[in-house]
Design a protein around this ligand. Structure first.
Ligand code: NDP
Length: 330
């Protein structure tokens, strides 16, 4: 049983030295637990917070202990729980070939005819983040101009499509020409490859000449500073993530553009997908229907092999993924 553990906590940008692949025995599930064989595991930006010792909204990973995250797998040993051998489940499990978990922490995979990996992406936590963040926090209206940052990622790509469904004019920012092309395919009205821009302000003026009514922020940093300068009166900003700052050892002073909120009376609201956990089932059902009917598209970047999980995780900070980044374990 191969198990990834945290070798050391990173300073700044993490690298391979933070991770260690150990061989451990396959765990014996305790009473009330099932043994799960991993098929896909999810790597997510929030895991950078778990590498830190300090408090964040997710518990810190312990040095020497297995790394954990969203895993889709099949029940290898139901051990008297309500599951049967071979049942597909999703849960928060170790980055390992096999892991045991309490049955009440495992959810049956319910993706219909779609690939099981979607339970970690468009029909999983990122899809639900987009669903609630767009519909309950950002609330784009017909005629609004909405900007989405990290728009070609797991969350952002769904956000943009849901905002289009709501009737908004949608502009995405992303880090490559390939991503920009994909955003056009998804129906985004405009997209900016921020890596090819030296003047974000001019680029935004070009794609959002009427200003920005709604901003769905996945990144923070210079992109967000630039968008704030284009906020309209009564704009809404939904803060989903700040990936541009996750590896920073020192916080820049600020937020630097709050003066813009005085002028525009705009409102900024952060949220966590878990705030909406009581409604996950309904959200997943909507997402599944839209994907099945062809109303919602998704992409996945699949890295083959458990041994490459750290590489897949580190790639998130380099923008190497298009859509949801997953690791195929078996
Ligand atoms: P993504 O699939 O979007 O992957 C991360 C992307 O971020 C990369 O592909 C890269 O794309 C972009 N990126 C990386 N570094 C930078 C940078 N310095 N500046 C600008 N862009 C950067 O990840 P997710 O969809 O899973 O997550 C997106 C955001 O949502 C994250 O901030 C995450 O923490 C947050 N999140 C929040 C949740 C909540 O409950 N609030 C739940 C889930 C996610 P590019 O090529 O465009 O640079």
């Amino acid at each position: 049983n191969r198990v990834w553990t945290l070798a050391q906590r990173p300073t700044g940008t993490p690298d391979d030295d933070c991770f260690e692949l150990e061989t451990r025995t396959i765990p014996t599930p305790a009473a009330g637990e099932a043994l799960v064989r991993a098929r896909y595991l999810s790597v997510d930006p929030y895991m950078r917070g778990r590498m830190r010792a300090g408090e964040s909204y997710a518990e810190p990973w312990e040095v020497g202990a297995p790394l954990q995250g969203g895993v889709v797998g099949e029940v290898a040993e139901p051990n008297g729980t309500a599951f049967e051998t071979g049942d597909l489940v999703v849960g928060n499990l170790a980055w390992a070939d096999y892991a045991a978990a309490p049955a009440h922490e495992l959810t049956p995979v319910d993706v219909g005819d779609l690939p099981v990996s979607t339970a970690l992406g468009a029909l999983g936590m990122p899809g639900r983040t987009a669903y609630f963040g767009t519909r309950e926090v950002a609330k784009p209206q017909p005629g609004d101009t909405m900007v989405v940052s990290a728009a070609a990622g797991a969350v952002g790509s769904v956000v943009g499509q849901l905002a289009k469904m709501a009737g908004a004019r949608v502009v995405g920012t992303a880090g490559s020409e390939e991503k920009v092309e994909w955003l056009h395919d998804l129906g985004f009205d405009a997209a900016i490859n921020y890596r090819a821009q030296d003047d974000y302000d001019a680029a935004l003026a070009d794609v959002a000449p009427e200003g920005v009514d709604v901003y769905f922020d996945n990144v923070g940093g210079p992109i967000t500073d630039a968008v704030f300068d284009h906020l309209n009166t009564d704009a809404r900003v939904a803060v989903c993530g700040q990936i541009a700052l996750y590896n920073a050892e020192e916080r820049p002073t600020g937020p630097r553009k709050l003066g813009k909120l005085v002028e525009t009376r705009a409102r900024v609201e952060g949220f966590l997908v878990s705030d909406f956990s009581a409604r996950f089932e309904a959200a997943t059902a909507d997402l599944r229907r839209w994907v099945t009917d062809g109303d919602l598209s998704y992409r996945e970047t699949v890295t083959e092999g458990l041994e490459r999980a750290p590489e897949a995780f580190l790639g998130l900070f380099e923008g190497e993924n298009v859509g949801k980044q997953v690791v195929k374990v078996s």
